[in-house]
Design a protein around this ligand. Structure first.
Ligand code: PGA
Length: 249
């Protein structure tokens, strides 16, 4: 089912004390929209964040995971480890993972398979770089990212997937895709899904936009018919700003 989601990607920010503080500030906010609220603290604070939001309308999710079940992968975290502390959703394919940690469509396809095998929900990120957009290739790039990492899946798997379109040129830059650019790409993503999996999968897919979403632009972006929510970086580190975005629906 298509739903509204606003997820905060904290990236490599906030130690334990700041995590505690931000969570207590988030709890003081009032939600007036129907959006599902998620936060993705760093691995070391996941358990604490999970425990301290048990009674709240906030889901704690992971920023990444490895595709292997376990073994000699120093510094990595498995799906089973995340599940063992109650985490049910993982962000995969964020552009920073692709750019700085060599994540490829191929390794992401494996991660998606592992997450789904563990009954986890995946927020799958993708998006074109500025050079792609300048060359007019943004749709081809996005189509390939989706096809290469997801099109081996059965239609039923898409119930457990949320897509997050994040144009790389808009992430952390203050430059947002215009609401029309976001809408055009989200409609194209739905069309791409429809061509392979049919109308129901395409219409039911929750597609988030990410890239410099702020309280001042969220309402306009979220008003577009194919935009179902946001993946929020910088603005998710401030409780009031984050809930202003959550309540922009
Ligand atoms: P930003 O990050 O909101 O700071 O641009 C978005 C993201 O990386 O998901």
């Amino acid at each position: 089912m298509r739903k509204h989601i606003v997820a905060g990607n904290w990236k490599m920010n906030n130690g334990l004390i700041q995590t505690e503080t931000l969570i207590s500030e988030l709890k003081q906010q009032t939600k007036t929209s129907d959006a599902e609220v998620m936060i993705a603290p760093t691995f070391t604070n996941l358990w604490h964040a999970f425990e301290s939001t048990r009674q709240d309308d906030i889901e704690v999710i992971a920023q990444n995971m490895h595709f292997a079940e376990h073994g000699a992968y120093t510094g990595e975290i498995s799906a089973g480890m995340l599940k063992s502390i109650g985490i049910k959703t993982v962000i995969l394919g964020h552009s920073e993972r692709r750019a700085y940690f060599n994540e490829t469509d191929e390794s992401l396809a494996k991660k998606v398979n592992t997450a789904l095998a563990h009954n986890m929900r995946v927020i799958f990120c993708f998006g074109e770089e500025l050079s792609d957009r300048k060359a007019g290739n943004e749709e081809t790039v996005v189509e390939n990212q989706i096809k290469n990492a997801l099109f081996h899946l059965e239609a039923s798997a898409f119930k457990h997937i949320v897509l997050a379109y994040e144009p790389v040129w808009a992430i952390g830059t203050g430059e947002t895709a215009s609401p029309e650019q976001a809408q055009d790409m989200h409609a194209f993503i739905r069309k791409t899904l429809k061509s392979k999996y049919g109308e129901t999968v395409a219409n039911d897919m929750t597609i988030l936009y990410g890239g410099s979403v702020k309280p001042g632009n969220a309402k306009e972006i979220f008003s577009k018919p194919d935009v179902d929510g946001g993946l929020i970086g910088g603005a998710a580190l401030n409780a009031e700003d984050f809930y202003a975005i959550v309540n922009a629906f």
